[in-house]
Design a protein around this ligand. Structure first.
Ligand code: GTP
Ligand code: MG
Length: 370
């Protein structure tokens, strides 16, 4: 499906072009008959005329103007890896995240107010690593469902006293579908009945063959509870990051994803964002999912106010009109007017999508082909 001018669109709908132009004006968009309409606008208008568009052609939330993250390889520089921890129930994901945070964040940031913002950064051997502090499965399913790919590396936690379980296998599938490298953390090795070899055997059957056995999967034996092997694990994460060379352009306008968001009584909508490309600054006009605003205040993962957030940094921001959803994409715009315009169109489209069930269904292809 290509683009469509206002005139062509009017013809397909059986309406005069002036009708469409008036509607666009009401949305704050000045258009002429020969102007191309983007997919978002076509869909919005079609829905407005009671012609709903089928689910499969709903424009991906992730693509604002189909640019993705807009990474420019020529000027890209290395950024910290973004790591998600996955694994079966009770295998020690939360304990591991806590253990990493306590050894690396709380100790290093004595005096800083450690608050929960859904993601945090640690420094190991002078290099940063970003951890998503959300359950890995949730991060993958909600984020991926919304088109956001935010994880660079998956740490798969498997309890050495329990072995491979259904959610272990599910996690492997998630990581593979997203083409994300897996590092295995064989946990609970402090337990008397721990059997790391058995875990290695079981995971080999899933195609994750340890380096010691001639494969290419990194296995690290840890005890999240006692803090054993945590440094080795961080080392291995940095090693994988070095090989993969995750990059971004810090000088660009920021793009990224929402980790979590809520309405705060005092501060209004508050969103934790992960900057995936560019740098986010105080005062930036921003569209976040179906809402927009201007970055009023930014707070980092240890509760400190910051003016700027570079790639792979999680920050909590205020200044949005409404509460976005986890997995929503955000994009910074040069001027506030454009951000508002796009934000309003997206908000209206979201409302129309909600009401869609009651309207007649015609596919977008019908609109293009007729
Ligand atoms: P869910 O979030 O429910 O999926 O569990 P989880 O994977 O986050 O596991 P969690 O960290 O809550 O740990 C489950 C239990 O295992 C807790 O009682 C932990 O104290 C214990 N545990 C975690 N890691 C270790 C470890 O290295 N050694 C021992 N002995 N116990 C551990
Ligand atoms: Mg947990």
């Amino acid at each position: 499906s290509g683009s469509l001018t206002v005139g062509q669109f009017a013809e397909k709908l059986g309406r005069p072009s002036t009708d469409i132009i008036k509607k666009l004006m009401a949305l704050g968009v000045m258009a002429t008959k020969n102007q191309d309409l983007d997919k978002d606008t076509i869909e919005l208008l079609a829905s407005d005329y009671g012609v709903a568009v089928e689910e499969e052609v709903i424009i991906d939330e992730a693509s604002f103007e189909d640019e993705g993250l807009g990474i420019d390889e020529k000027t890209a520089v290395v950024r910290p890896p973004v790591v998600t921890i996955m694994g079966h129930v009770d295998h020690g994901k939360t304990t591991l995240l806590d253990s990493i945070r306590h050894t690396k964040v709380t100790a290093g940031e004595a005096g800083g107010i450690t608050q929960h913002i859904g993601a945090y950064q640690v420094v190991h051997n002078g290099k940063k690593i970003t951890f998503l502090d959300t359950p890995g499965h949730a991060a993958f399913t909600t984020m991926r469902a919304r088109g956001a790919e935010i994880t660079d590396i998956t740490v798969l936690v498997v309890a050495a006293d329990d072995g491979v379980m259904p959610q272990t296998i599910e996690a492997i599938h998630h990581a593979r579908a997203a083409k994300v490298p897996i590092i295995v953390a064989v946990n609970k090795i402090d337990k008397p009945n721990a059997n790391p070899d058995h875990v290695m055997q079981e995971l080999s059957e899933q195609g994750l063959i340890p380096e010691d056995w001639g494969g290419d999967t990194i296995f690290v034996k840890i005890s999240a509870k006692k803090g054993t092997g945590i440094d080795d694990l961080l080392e291995m994460i940095l090693l994988v990051a070095e090989v993969e060379e995750f990059k971004a352009n810090p000088d660009k306008q920021a793009r990224g994803a929402v980790i979590e968001a809520e309405l705060d009584k005092g501060r209004g909508p508050v969103a934790t964002l992960l900057v995936q490309n560019g740098s986010l600054h105080i005062g930036d006009p921003i569209v976040v999912g179906n809402t927009y605003g201007r970055v009023r205040a930014m707070v980092n993962d240890v509760g400190r106010r910051v003016k700027k957030a570079v790639p792979s940094t999680p920050v909590e921001i205020t200044g949005l009109n409404n509460v976005p959803q986890a997995g929503d994409q955000f994009v910074v715009f040069e001027d506030e007017k454009k951000a508002r315009q796009i934000g309003e169109i997206r908000a209206e489209r979201a409302l129309i999508t909600e009401r869609k069930e009651t309207t007649s269904k015609v596919s977008l292809d019908d609109l293009f082909e007729k």
